[in-house]
Structures are given as structure tokens and as C-alpha cells.
Write a protein that binds this ligand. Sequence first.
Ligand SMILES: Nc1ncnc2c1ncn2[C@@H]1O[C@H](COP(=O)(O)OP(=O)(O)OP(=O)(O)O)[C@@H](O)[C@H]1O
Ligand SMILES: [Mg+2]
Length: 308
Amino acid sequence: MPTIATLTMNPTIDVDYSVDRMVPTRKLRSTRESYDPGGGGINVARVFVRLGGNASCYYLSGGATGVALDGLLDLHQLVRRPVRIAGSTRIACNVHEIEQGEEFRFVPEGPAVSQAEWLACLSALEQSECDYLVASGSLPPGVPEDFYARVARIAAERGIKFVLDSSGAALRESMSGEALHLIKPNQVELEQLTGRTLDSTDAAAAAAMELVTAGKAEMVAVTMGSDGGVLAGPGGVQHLPAIQVEAKSAVGAGDSFLAAMVYALATGREPVDAFRYGMAAGSAAVLTPGTDLCRKDDLERLYAQASV
Ligand SMILES: Nc1ncnc2c1ncn2[C@@H]1O[C@H](COP(=O)(O)OP(=O)(O)OP(=O)(O)O)[C@@H](O)[C@H]1O
Ligand SMILES: [Mg+2]
């Protein structure tokens, strides 16, 4: 059974409500209520376990909400590796408005993290035992922009393949040292990273391949929503179209993509095939309403369809 570790520096408790209509002042009665553990790395772990793997979750956890997050990880049978912080774990709220079919998403920036706390997180990672470490998500206030570069160094020393899905300065500064194993920018994130406008698949492919050639990453998987994606790696560039589905909610597509691609890589599949498996997972996530992640049966069905 493939085993990975994931890293979530700014996890969430994801709360989902459904209301008939959003109106000010009045009490809005919710007909549905659910609580899930969330944040990029934790979402990746949840999908990875659904696919048949094992995932240990490294994450920052603090306050009463941190205790609740720990409990939610237990409910999802994830292996917990919390790093305690003084601030309170954030709660992200997703409101589904039934009449208009709209989603409203409230996402706090997360607790401030002290130097001692993020250093403790690096120390915890120095003890990790895994083939792949997958970090996903933003950095909370107080964590330096080069934090993921520090993680990359630890992973390289331990022979762990480091996979990163992040954006902005956290992504840019991650690539100052060791080549990362895999990064997964979407089109906008790749534009921010390269400082160029990438308005075609060919332009995105060229930019991704430059990162590989420059030794920044061994593989760059650029996902482009309903336009599919581009994989750049040692074998060159490959373009895959998206699998056409009836889109319900694009929330969770990126994390589902990454979990499935890493699962396929960890079980020995070729990079292009792993990329196709990831695309099927992204499309499967789009099929599920609200913040739901992809389901394995949808993934397998779409993957079989795309492989014909
Ligand atoms: N509308 C869609 N139709 C079909 N497939 C989709 C659609 N949106 C996303 N996907 C699939 O999911 C993959 C990842 O989606 P996307 O490129 O939107 O990632 P992202 O921007 O990182 O998403 P996230 O907001 O979850 O971080 C795509 O490569 C594609 O395979
Ligand atoms: Mg994303």
C-alpha cells in the first residue's frame, strides 16, 4: 500500500450550509450542515486514502478549533501529526444558496504563527518516513516565504520526493534550491511564477518546460480547468484535453488531481499515465456538488473513458 505524508500549514475546518436565499439581517435557516477537515494537504490525504493508500498528515493545530480538527482527522482515518500552535485553527465556511445555485465561500487568513512554531514543524518533518511528501496550500501569517524551500531541503536530505501545490511568493521562493519533484500550478499560478501572460497551451507548455530545463522541478503539471493540462518533464511536453463532464462545482478539483497523480506515481505508473489519472480525478471532483472531493468510482470510470 503506497504511503505518503502531506503538509498543511494553514488547515481548515470546512463547514457547509445550505440556505434557500442569502438575505441580510434575517436568520438564514440552514437545511444541511457538515464539518470536514480541510486545507490543501489534508484534502490530498483524504483522496489518497479513498484511492487505497495511507497518508500521514503534518499540520499546524491550535486552540479549541485545533482540537476539533484533530477529531475530524480521526473520523476520516487519517494519521495525525499535529504541530501545536498558540493561535486558533481557522474555520472556512461554504454556503450553498439553493434558489440561485450559487456558492458563497468565506475563508479567513488563518492564525499568526511564531518562528518557534514553524521551526518546530520543520523539526517534525525531519523525522518523517515516507517516499513522497505532498505540501499544498497557502502559508499562514508569520511563516516566511521561503518555508517550502526549507522543506524541500529536508526532503532532499532524506531522499523523499517533494511535491508542491502552492501559489504566489510561497511557490516562487520554494524553487531557490533543490529541484522539486513535482509542482502543480494552474494557469494563473504559472503566469505569476514566470511573470508572463500565457494565453495558449503552447505558451504554458514552453514556460513549464523552461522550469524543468532550469532544474527548478523534475516535473511541472499545469492544470487548466476545462481546457485540460500540460505535463513537462524529462521526456518533454505532453498535452491532455480535459475529460468532458457536467460541471457541478470546481471546488476540490486541484487537490483531487494532485492526490490521484501522486497515487499513480507512487504505485509505479509512468508520469504521463499518472497525469491522465490526475485529470480523471479533477474531472470527477467537478461532478460532485459543493466542496466534495472526487469519488473513486467516478475517477475510475472517467479514467477508463479517457484511456480509450
Ligand atoms: N470544468 C471542468 N471540466 C472538466 N474537467 C475539469 C474542469 N475543471 C477542472 N477539471 C479537471 O481538474 C483538473 C484541475 O483543475 P484546475 O485546473 O481548475 O485546478 P486548480 O485551479 O488548481 O483548482 P483548485 O481551485 O481546486 O485549486 C483539470 O486539469 C481538469 O482535469
Ligand atoms: Mg489549485
